[in-house]
Design a protein around this ligand. Structure first.
Ligand code: KIV
Length: 287
């Protein structure tokens, strides 16, 4: 049954929640997730069938033009997360905790994570983790903040690593990733996001991601982590054909960049030629 919007009384779609995600994972129903950074795009993506959104710190790159995700700041991320929620009120919205918002102290991390649920109107928060973040993930989960543990390639460590690279390519690294996945699940992580690992490692993580008491599948979202993951996420601009470069695991499904270029060209031509508003425009002086 549809819920009704409190303000307008119009029928609403059933809201997508963490329970929906768990059900999809349990029943093997793959979900397609995209990053999103504004209300208008969220509205169109929802119309296209996207039900799960990540308001990623990749906003620093694709929206603000930086060369890494590091400069994304809390106020900006909060604002765009709430914008995506307004554009897709019934979607599952995952907020990305930006660099510096959860590494300084656990108290600050908890406060910032909660702000994403209150001010940012998000359903879950995502943080890039290794085993050293176990106690934070546990504390957030106990505090009622659903956490997505992002493992594998972690773009926020780009300066420390000296660049980007795929993860889990040696047997040892793969074993560490699987152990981290298990640890995060034990600490209460609501879902895992695995970036840039071989498909075989993605599968091992999916197999390992089961709730310690119930044995239920914990949703695993792949970002270039092979076909076995319950859902898959990529950066919106990459899949829509708006990026000049995209990672090798992205398969673009649109040519939006070219459509924007063509529409911009038509607008420029219309203005330059004097065609635009040549009949005087829509407004007349009052008599
Ligand atoms: O910030 C982001 O967009 C991400 C995805 C690439 C997984 O973390």
């Amino acid at each position: 049954m549809n819920a009704e919007s409190a303000s307008t009384g119009t029928p609403r779609n059933p809201r997508i929640t963490l329970r929906t995600l768990r059900k999809w994972a349990r029943e093997g129903e793959k979900f397609a997730m995209l990053t999103c950074y504004d209300a208008t795009t969220a509205r169109w993506l929802w119309r296209g069938g996207v039900r799960v959104f990540l308001v990623g710190d990749t906003a620093a790159e694709v929206i603000l033009g930086h060369d890494s995700t590091l400069p994304a700041e809390m106020p900006f991320m909060l604002q765009i997360t709430a914008a995506v929620r307004r554009g897709a009120p019934d979607a599952l919205v995952m907020a990305d905790m930006p660099f510096g918002s959860y590494q300084v102290s656990e108290d600050e991390a908890v406060r910032n994570a909660m702000a994403f649920l209150t001010e940012g109107l998000a359903d879950l928060v995502k943080l890039e983790v290794d085993a050293t973040f176990a106690s934070l993930v546990e504390r957030l989960s106990h505090a009622g903040v659903p956490v997505v543990a992002h493992i594998g390639s972690r773009p926020q460590t780009v300066r420390a690593e000296g660049g980007y690279r795929a993860a889990g390519r040696s047997e040892r690294d793969a074993a560490v990733l699987v152990d981290t996945a298990k640890l995060m699940v034990q600490c209460g992580a609501a879902a895992l996001l695995v970036e840039a690992v071989p498909g075989e490692v993605g599968k091992r993580i999916v197999d390992a991601a089961v709730h310690p008491e119930t044995g239920a599948a914990v949703p695993v979202i792949g970002c270039g982590a092979g076909p076995t993951c319950h859902g898959h996420v990529v950066v919106l601009q990459d899949v829509m054909g708006l990026s000049d470069w995209h990672p090798p695991f992205v398969v673009p499904t649109g040519e939006v960049g070219q459509a924007v270029e063509a529409a911009a060209g038509k607008w420029v031509e219309m203005v330059r030629s004097g065609e635009y508003l040549k009949d005087g425009g829509p407004y007349q002086m009052k008599a």
